[in-house]
Write a new protein. Structure first.
Lengths: 256, 248
């Protein structure tokens, strides 16, 4: 992707849009220092579908730039990878869920395609939440159960409410201007996995399994009770429990 | 319009090579995360405060003070409700939970302060060139630095479109939150499309100037590690070693 100048610039554009939409709302924190109300969270998924890896890299860079306005720290590392996968996962599973015919079939012109977008958006949001919460648990800054669900819901809401409309506004015009990824990249350079369907299945397993395991372990699993949340953070069980699912997610992305 | 934290000053921290500052930042993260006792954590945050004073970064930190207070209170509350043993101080809050909450809040504050000092003393261009010289791929760093430059441009495009629509009678400041949010939606199309179209032109301009032509490139900013950089790195290494030794 990096040999195409347009893709490089589109990665920068995605990052700048994401940062420009996130920065003004830094003042409305949900988890102070780590996440805030962010309608701009729609950008990674939509631009990930439109620009493929350029959208994913843009999401990662954009999150770092957003952190330049007060939240730059150890969490930025997790944010970089979390947002990269936030932009990547939707594009990877888009054509492999039996609704869209291919990753290039981006027009949301039916209820089924809208459902495809919603599923991809929720999966991407969960992937982002899983990775960032795993990282913050690893460095023992915040418990998985406290941050994971908040990021997942925050991102999913932005995507579901604004995403379909934004795709409708942008896709046709960008396609006409040859500014979508498959119009820019030659056929031979387009990222094609060995087995998209198996890859997509592994992504689903890695994301759902990791997220559920992380929340369950962090919340104390069997002995969950009020004011006992986050007990997993006192031990490495959450990190150890989620890590295999993250590996499955990465393998899935390589195959898809 | 420059929304970033950098402030041009003539301090010893400003004069350090960006690579040195990146390495100091990474070491500071480790130093801040290592403590498991309150005195150790206070020592770590004191080091960051000294670093901030050397870089005269207090005006930037002062801008963010409310933010730091909120983070501190929130962190103590979150960790305070998680049981960790010890005597009960009030309702379900135990002594160890509260101590751990304060410890984590200090760590987070130290990390965020270190980040602010880094951004207050290092220009965006220096961060980019520093990353390139440390081995990061040039095109990725180029995309990153271009994005940094585009953020204010896009914000300007946004405000231009908003003013244009307001002059045509669009009301953005009336009604409830939902109505106001909906009013902004039609503005998104021109903002996105104008900006992406300009990006397309930028790609053409870059190629016309030989971007990605393959030859090794030169840079306007020339970096050179000086004696002060090596002294700063040596001091950081010693402090890192001492911090890890105390933590172990």
């Amino acid at each position: 992707m990096w040999k195409y100048t347009k893709m490089v610039v589109l990665a920068a554009v995605t990052a700048a849009f994401y940062a420009a939409l996130v920065i003004p709302l830094k003042g409305i924190p949900i988890v102070p220092g780590f996440t805030e109300f962010r309608p701009g969270a729609v950008i990674p998924v939509v631009f990930g579908l439109l620009f493929s890896p350029a959208g994913a890299w843009g999401a990662a860079f954009g999150n770092v730039i957003g952190d330049f306005f007060g939240t730059f720290g150890i969490g930025t590392v997790g944010g970089f990878f979390g947002n990269f996968f936030y932009g990547l996962v939707g594009y990877k599973v888009w054509g492999s869920m039996g609704i869209a015919s291919s990753p290039e079939d981006l027009a949301i012109d039916s209820k089924k395609k809208a459902l495809n977008f919603i599923l991809a958006a929720i999966l991407s949001s969960l992937a982002c939440a899983e990775l960032i919460a795993w990282w913050l648990e690893l460095v023992r800054i915040l418990p998985f159960a406290a941050i994971g669900p908040i990021i997942a819901v925050n991102n999913s809401l932005a995507c579901v409410v604004l995403g379909i409309m934004l795709m409708g506004l942008l896709y046709k015009r960008l396609n006409r201007w040859d500014l979508v990824w498959f119009a820019i990249m030659d056929e031979k350079d387009r990222p094609r996995g060995l087995s998209p369907r198996i890859g997509a299945a592994l992504i689903w397993l890695g994301v759902l399994g990791g997220f559920v395991a992380g929340v369950a372990l962090s919340a104390g699993l069997a002995q969950t009770m009020l004011f006992k949340i986050g007990t997993g953070a006192t031990t490495p069980s959450v990190v150890l429990g989620v890590t295999p699912f993250i590996i499955i997610l990465i393998i899935g992305c390589l195959l898809a | 319009m420059n929304p970033y934290l950098y402030e041009s000053k003539n301090t010893i921290i400003h004069r350090l090579d960006p690579r040195t500052k990146i390495l100091i930042l990474m070491a500071t993260f480790v130093i801040a995360l290592a403590p498991s006792t309150l005195p150790h954590a206070f020592a770590a945050v004191t080091l960051v405060i000294i670093y901030a004073s050397l870089g005269r970064a207090w005006p930037v930190i002062a801008r963010m003070r409310n933010f730091l207070v909120i983070i501190t209170v929130f962190t103590i509350l979150v960790w305070g409700i998680i049981p960790r043993g010890g005597e009960i101080l009030w309702m379900f809050i135990r002594r160890e939970s509260l101590v751990f909450g304060v410890l984590t809040a200090i760590k987070i504050d130290a990390i965020l302060l270190a980040g602010m000092v880094f951004l207050a003393t290092t220009r965006n261009e220096e961060i980019t060139i520093g990353l390139v010289k440390m081995g990061a791929p040039y095109v990725m760093c180029f995309a990153f630095s271009t994005a940094l430059r585009l953020v204010p441009t896009f914000a300007q495009t946004g405000s231009t479109v908003v003013e244009a629509q307001k002059s045509r009678g669009l009301e953005l400041d009336t009604g409830g939150l939902w109505k106001r949010m909906k009013s902004y939606v039609p503005l998104m199309t021109p903002i996105f499309l104008v900006s992406i179209r300009n990006a397309n032109l930028m790609a053409l301009a870059l190629e016309a100037r030989g971007f990605a032509a393959g030859k090794s490139r030169t840079f306007y900013i020339q970096l050179k590690m000086r004696l002060r950089d090596w002294i700063a790195l040596a001091l950081t290494a010693v402090l890192l070693g001492v911090s890890l030794y105390i933590a172990s």
